[in-house]
Write a protein of this length. Sequence first.
Length: 84
Amino acid sequence: MQKAAAINLRIEPEIKTRLEKLAKATHRSKSFLVGHALEAYLDVNEWQINGVIEAVQEADSPNAEWTSHEDLKAKWEAKRAQMA
């Protein structure tokens, strides 16, 4: 098992208080909670950034298919009319 790395960070006093309360209520250490919160943040943001990168690559490819604003608007208006 790999040894955990240490980091230092500055947080607002209110965040520290909330973290301490949550650690006490869950019987977990502050380090455990911060580590899991950071992991969740990284998971979401890495997923989002990778999605943006893939979308830009797809849009830049010579095989990209584009729809005009007018065509898309007409399609959605027709769909909305069918639902009414």
